[in-house]
Design a protein around this ligand. Structure first.
Ligand code: THU
Length: 145
């Protein structure tokens, strides 16, 4: 059994893990051979998942977090309660820099981010821990309408 227990029940880690694991299997990663899955819990209780989708033109590929965010927004939701990612890295695999900023758009500073391997949760971070002193939507208030 994967290590997905012992976390706050409201984060629904076992379900996020299963959702991320399921889409990781569908990742399109023929170049890196590094499939990633991501799952987002929203305030409605829904879970939105995404996987990385690579491209022969390498820079056009997209990360799993970007896919999960796109699914969330397409479903009409814009708030991340918890995020979980899974990859097969031996080291703890955290969100890349670009994805930290993508997630920041929809997360609170204390939003939990679970980094998993096939064995379960390996590390838990907060949004602020992964992206300190970040630039977010609040920084634009009063400048754009
Ligand atoms: N990748 C993600 O999907 N999320 C991350 O946060 C890190 C990297 C993907 C991008 C690429 O398809 C593969 O992992 C190797 O970098």
């Amino acid at each position: 059994m994967s290590n997905v227990s012992g976390f706050p029940e409201s984060h629904r880690v076992p379900e996020l893990f299963q959702a991320a694991l399921a889409v990781q299997r569908n990742a399109y990663a023929p170049y890196s051979h590094f499939p990633v899955g991501a799952a987002i819990l929203t305030p409605s209780g829904r879970i939105h998942a995404g996987c990385n989708v690579e491209n022969a033109a390498y820079p056009v590929g997209s990360c799993a977090e970007a896919g999960a965010i796109a699914a969330m927004v397409a479903a009409g939701e814009t708030e991340i309660v918890a995020l979980l990612t899974i990859c097969d890295s031996i080291e703890v695999g955290t969100c890349c820099g670009g994805c930290r900023q993508r997630v920041r758009e929809f997360a609170a500073l204390d939003t939990p981010i679970y980094a998993c391997g096939p064995d379960g949760v390996r590390a838990v971070f907060t949004m602020e821990g992964l992206l300190p002193t970040s630039f977010g939507p609040d920084n634009l208030s009063g400048f754009v309408s």
